[in-house]
Design a protein around this ligand. Structure first.
Ligand code: FAD
Ligand code: SF4
Length: 395
């Protein structure tokens, strides 16, 4: 049996995790490392300052506008694979990088997430030790995923060099325990993440939003202000953001994600997303020398261009705050029209990234303030407080 096929301990059915309803099911508490949860859990102990210093040698410079938003970094670039991987979420930069690291002997295994055999959206974390197992993990499982549930297998296998692929809450907990798992070198490849859902929440989102929920194989909230669905038969469906039934979707997002301020995965060595890149391109943030070493491995597989920034997001963000609060949903014709106009004149590139960060941070700040007022001061990091302070918020 390969490591990829050893199952992690299952999430305790109906069990209560230390972060209670804020738990994002990162998987740490399904291992013996649950012992460290009070210190390690992203929702019990916000510690970006300490973990940024541990991971990158310094904290983000809050007076540098790009670092305030996108975190510690050396460079940012827009890129796409010259030969995309079929079936990947975007062009497959994440999978290609993991394969290159394995093939060139930098790592012995890769934490990534495949799907269960009977449900394309049900995550199944694995430690992949072959390119085939990494490829089988390509494409997003747009649900909370217990990636860290396989951590004990890392220690048991005697592996010394590991690549972990994951989203912010998983990486925060991993960084907090990384020196307890017997590794000589850990590489972290992160993805931005926002508005994730439990499996049932995903079903509700698909049923409320898509014309054919049962045939969706892939979706993404894109920079053209539409949700793009791809169906089993290869057809594409676009639904404008402004036409989403926000009144019905408010309780769909996981409570953890409504309390999260790590959209851009602050603690990864290298981040691969799309939010700061032109439509069709991926956005890469190199945070430290380890991230630069990783990216260099696949440079010859990539076409790149500098990141750009256009437009001014602030009025749109300010207007979206009361609209979200009231659960405003436009008729579809108006939503489509609005989408077309905003795509022409709205924020692009890094400014689109800031638009998305501002919209989510203001919403999440209000959520924490109202629901967990006693947590607000310690849980919201300083960078998020500064971002939110640019807007006028309701009580
Ligand atoms: P691929 O080569 O297809 O590889 C995808 C990798 O994602 C695989 O290695 C797999 O292990 C991992 N993965 C899949 N599902 C999960 C999961 N649930 N948790 C952890 N790891 C997972 N980018 C943005 O710019 N803005 C966003 O708002 C945003 N939200 C995201 C939300 C989620 C839940 C996820 C998983 C990703 C999100 N991303 C976001 C990143 C983006 O969608 C792409 O995943 C990224 O650009 C990599 O694309 P790729 O083609 O290189 O990946
Ligand atoms: Fe445990 Fe992770 Fe849930 Fe926190 S988010 S309680 S560390 S499983």
């Amino acid at each position: 049996m390969t490591l990829a096929h050893q199952k992690a301990r299952p999430i305790k059915p109906g069990g209560v995790y230390p972060a209670k309803e804020l738990c994002s099911q990162c998987g740490l508490c399904d291992t013996a490392y649950v012992h460290y949860v009070k210190d390690a859990c992203a929702f019990l102990n916000q510690q970006f300052d300490h973990l940024e210093t541990q991971s990158h040698g310094r904290q983000r410079d809050l007076d540098n506008p790009d670092e305030l938003y996108f975190g510690v970094h050396q460079t940012m670039v827009a890129a796409r694979k010259t030969e995309p991987i079929a079936g990947a979420q975007w062009t497959g930069i994440v999978s290609s990088l993991a394969i290159a690291m394995l093939n060139q002997g930098l790592v012995e295994g890769v934490i990534c997430v495949q799907n269960s055999p009977d449900d394309r959206f049900q995550p199944q974390p694995v430690i992949a030790t072959t390119p085939e197992e990494i490829l089988a993990a390509r494409v997003n499982k747009p649900t909370l995923s217990p990636n860290l549930s396989v951590l004990e297998q890392v220690e048991r296998s005697g592996m010394k060099r590991l690549l972990a692929i994951g989203v912010g809450c998983q990486i925060q907990a991993l960084r907090a325990v990384q020196d307890k798992i017997g590794l000589e070198k850990l590489y972290v490849l992160g993805m931005p993440c926002v508005d994730n859902v439990h499996r049932e929440g995903l079903q509700k989102f698909l049923e409320t939003t898509s014309r054919s929920p049962s045939t969706v194989v892939h979706y993404e909230f894109m920079q053209d202000f539409n949700v793009h669905f791809r169906h089993e038969d290869g057809s594409e469906e676009k639904v404008p953001f402004f036409g989403l039934k926000t009144n019905q979707l408010k309780d769909v997002f996981a409570p953890s994600c409504l309390s999260c301020f790590d959209y851009t995965n602050a603690l990864a060595d290298l981040v691969v997303g799309y939010m700061g890149a032109p439509f069709g391109w991926q956005w890469i943030v190199v945070r430290n020398p380890t991230g630069a070493e990783m990216l260099a491995l696949i440079q010859d597989q990539l076409e790149t261009q500098p990141v750009e920034s256009q437009g001014d997001r602030k009025a749109a963000v300010q207007q979206s705050i009361p609209a979200y609060e009231k659960g405003v949903t436009l008729p579809m014709w108006a939503a489509k029209l609005m989408g077309v106009v905003i795509e022409k004149i709205g924020p692009k590139g890094l400014e689109y990234g800031r638009f998305s960060i501002d919209s989510h941070f203001t919403r999440n700040y209000l959520h924490v303030k109202r629901k967990y007022p006693e947590k607000l001061a310690a849980h919201v990091p300083e960078f998020a407080k500064r971002i939110v302070a640019q807007y006028k918020l309701p009580d």
